[in-house]
Design a protein around this ligand. Structure first.
Ligand code: ATP
Ligand code: MG
Length: 555
C-alpha cells in the first residue's frame, strides 16, 4: 500500500501525463458541493479524490459552493459541509469560493454570448421549452424567439436583470442546435428569473445562472486544471466545453468523469436524505443510521476508516454497488487498533458470589488493549455482587456451552473463576439472579491448570454506571433502496433498538471523552452527543464478528 491518498488510476495517469508534457506544471482541483443538504458517503469519495490528489501532488483543492439555487440553499448546510471536510482531515486553506462570487463576471460572459449571436432571450414558458426540446426519438423545435436581433436580446437581458419581468416570464438560452443528438445541446437555458433571497448575494439579483453555465465558467475563472465529476455529467461535457470555447477566457479545464460511490442498503441522494429528515423518520441529518458524513461521525466511525474505505474502493468508470460490509470492516480495522477495551454489560443479570465477603472490595488490574501494551491498564473494582450478561447463562445447557449453567465453571475477565450453583427465578419463571461461588486461588484468571474454556465480562454491581445503549441495524432492508419506486417502503422498522438499563464499568463515563471503546465481547461503542434523563447514551458503532458462535460450533 502506498502512503498516497489516491492509488493510481486513469485520472492520476492523465495528471502524470499532463505534468510530464508540460501542459501543466501544477494541478488545481476543486470540490464543488451545492449547499442544499448535508454531505453523504458518496461525497466522501469526491472529497478524498479532489483533496487527496491535491495533497499527493502538493497542490491545492478549492472548496467552491455551487450556490445557484437560492430556494434550496442555506448557511447551515454550508457550515456543515465545511465541518465534514475538516473532520475527514482535509483543508482548503484560503480557497473557499462560491459560484455567487462570480455572478457579475458570469453576467458579463452571458452578454458576450449574446453579442456573438449565440444566446437569445426566450419568452416561452418553462413547460413550452420542455415540450419543444423533444427527446431521444423526437427532434427539438426552434423557439419562435430564436432569431431575435443581438440588440433586442441585449436590451431584454438587461431588463431581465433590472427586474422588469415577472419570475418565469423569460429565460436566456444558448443558441446551439435543436436537432442535436445530445439533448443538453438543444439550446440549454442559461439564466432564469427568480426573485429569491440568496445566502451570499442577498437581493442583489433576480436572475440566476443555471448549473451548466456556471460550473464550467467557475472552474475556468479559478484556473482549475482537472475538473473531476461523476459519470452523469459525461453528456454535459460538450456543453461544458462549448460555453468555455464561446466566451473570452484563457483557461480551459479538462472535465473528467468517474463512477459514483454507491453503498448497499444506503441512500446517496441529498434529496432523499432530506425527505427522511423532513418526515421525522430519523433523528436529524446526523442520525447515526444515516449515510451522511455527520451521521457516521456521530455514530463513531473514525475519519481514517472512511478515507481508507474510499481509497480501497478506488477510482474507475465502472458503476458498482459496494457492500456495506466493506465499509464496516474498514471501521472495525481502525477501531480494533485504536479503541481501548472496557467491560459493558448490555442486559444485566445479577450474580451473588456466596463465598465472597459481604463488604469486601478488591481492586483488580485489567489491560486496556490485549494486543498493544502502550494502552496501559486500569483498576477495576470487584465485589460480592456483580452483573453478567443475561445471555451468558443458560439453563440445561449442553456441554458445548462454555458459559454459566448449573455446575459449570467460567473465568471472569481480569478476575476469578466462578462456578454457578443455582439460578433464582421470579414468579413467571424468568431467571433474575445467579448464586455462584468463586475460587480465591484463581485471581487474575489462572488456577492449577484446570481447563476453563469460557471467559465472560462482568461489572461490580455497586460500582456499575447505568447507561443507555443504542443498537443500530441497517436503515433500509433492501440492498438498493433507491431502485424501489418509493424508497420509504424499504425502511427497516427494527433499525434502532434502545436498551435503557445497560451497565458500564466505572471510570469511563467520567472521562467524558470522544473516544470509541470496545465493550469486550459486545461491540464498539461511542458516547452520543445527547443525554437521556442524565443517563449517558452510547451508540453502537459497529459489531464485532461473533466469535462465540464459532468457538461453540467447533467443539
Ligand atoms: P446529491 O444527488 O446527493 O444531491 P449531488 O451530486 O447533487 O449529490 P453536489 O453537492 O452537487 O451533490 O456534489 C458535489 C460533488 O460530489 C460533485 O462533484 C458530485 O459529482 C460529487 N458526488 C456526489 N455524489 C457522489 C457519489 N455518490 N459518489 C462520488 N461523488 C459524488
Ligand atoms: Mg448536484
Amino acid at each position: 500500500m502506498t502512503d498516497k491518498n489516491v492509488t493510481e488510476n486513469f485520472i492520476t495517469q492523465i495528471i502524470d501525463a499532463d505534468l510530464a508534457s508540460g501542459k501543466h506544471n501544477k494541478i488545481l482541483t476543486r470540490f464543488p458541493p451545492e449547499p442544499n443538504g448535508y454531505l453523504h458517503v458518496g461525497h466522501a469519495k469526491a472529497i478524498c479524490l479532489n483533496f487527496g490528489l491535491a495533497q499527493d501532488y502538493k497542490a491545492t483543492c478549492n472548496l467552491r459552493f455551487d450556490d445557484t439555487n437560492p430556494e434550496k440553499e442555506s448557511n447551515e448546510y454550508a457550515e456543515s459541509i465545511k465541518n465534514d471536510i475538516k473532520w475527514l482531515g482535509f483543508d482548503w486553506g484560503e480557497n473557499n469560493f462560491h459560484a455567487s462570487d462570480y455572478f457579475e463576471q458570469l453576467y458579463g460572459f452571458a452578454v458576450q454570448l449574446i453579442e456573438k449571436g449565440v444566446a437569445y432571450v426566450d419568452d416561452q414558458s418553462i413547460e413550452e421549452i420542455r415540450e419543444n426540446r423533444g427527446n431521444y426519438t423526437t427532434p427539438g423545435k426552434n423557439s419562435p424567439y430564436r432569431d431575435r436581433s443581438v440588440e433586442e436580446n441585449l436590451t431584454l437581458f438587461k431588463a431581465m436583470r433590472a427586474g422588469d419581468f415577472a419570475d418565469g416570464a423569460k429565460v436566456l438560452r444558448a443558441k446551439i442546435d435543436m436537432l442535436s443528438g445530445n439533448i443538453n445541446m438543444r439550446d440549454p437555458v442559461l439564466y432564469r428569473i427568480k426573485r429569491m433571497h440568496h445566502i451570499n448575494t442577498g437581493d442583489a439579483w433576480c436572475i440566476y445562472p443555471m448549473y451548466d453555465f456556471t460550473h464550467c465558467l467557475s472552474d475556468a475563472i479559478e484556473g482549475i486544471t482537472h475538473s473531476l465529476c461523476t459519470l452523469e455529467f459525461e453528456d454535459h461535457r460538450p456543453l461544458y466545453d462549448w460555453v468555455i470555447d464561446n466566451v473570452d477566457i484563457e483557461c480551459h479545464p479538462q472535465q473528467i468523469e468517474f463512477s459514483r460511490l454507491n453503498v448497499s442498503y444506503t441512500i446517496t441522494s441529498k434529496r432523499k436524505l432530506n425527505q427522511l429528515v423532513e418526515e421525522n423518520l430519523v433523528d436529524g441529518w446526523d442520525d447515526p443510521r444515516m449515510s451522511t458524513i455527520s451521521g457516521m461521525r456521530r455514530r463513531g466511525y473514525p475519519p481514517e476508516a472512511i478515507r481508507s474505505f474510499v481509497k480501497d474502493v478506488g477510482i474507475s468508470k465502472k458503476e458498482s454497488v459496494i457492500s456495506m460490509t466493506v465499509l464496516e470492516d474498514s471501521v472495525r480495522n481502525v477501531l480494533n487498533k485504536t479503541a481501548p477495551r472496557v467491560m459493558g454489560v448490555l442486559r444485566p443479570l445479577k450474580v451473588v458470589i456466596e463465598n465472597y465477603p459481604e463488604d469486601k472490595v478488591e481492586i483488580l488490574t485489567g489491560s486496556n488493549h490485549p494486543q498493544d501494551e502502550s494502552f496501559g491498564s486500569r483498576e477495576i473494582p470487584f465485589s460480592r455482587e456483580i452483573y453478567v450478561e443475561q445471555s451468558d447463562y443458560k439453563e440445561n445447557a449442553n456441554r458445548k456451552f462454555f458459559r454459566l449453567t448449573e455446575g459449570r465453571e467460567v473465568r471472569l475477565r481480569h478476575a476469578y473463576y466462578i462456578t454457578c450453583k443455582e439460578a433464582i427465578k421470579d414468579a413467571e419463571g424468568n431467571v433474575i439472579e445467579l448464586r455462584c461461588t468463586y475460587d480465591p486461588e484463581s485471581r487474575g484468571g489462572t488456577a492449577d491448570g484446570r481447563k476453563v474454556k469460557g471467559t465472560i465480562h462482568w461489572i461490580s454491581a455497586a460500582h456499575a454506571e447505568p447507561i443507555e445503549v443504542r443498537l443500530y441495524d441497517r436503515l433500509f432492508n433492501h440492498p438498493k433502496p433507491a431502485s424501489v419506486e418509493n424508497f420509504l417502503d424499504t425502511i427497516n422498522p427494527d433499525s434502532l433498538e434502545i436498551i435503557h438499563n445497560a451497565m458500564l464499568e466505572p471510570g469511563i463515563v467520567d472521562q467524558n471523552s470522544d473516544a470509541a471503546y470496545q465493550f469486550e465481547r459486545n461491540a464498539y461503542f461511542k458516547r452520543d452527543k445527547t443525554y437521556e434523563k442524565d443517563k449517558p447514551i452510547f451508540n453502537q458503532v459497529v459489531t464485532m464478528r461473533d466469535s462465540w458462535a464459532k468457538l461453540e460450533q467447533e467443539s
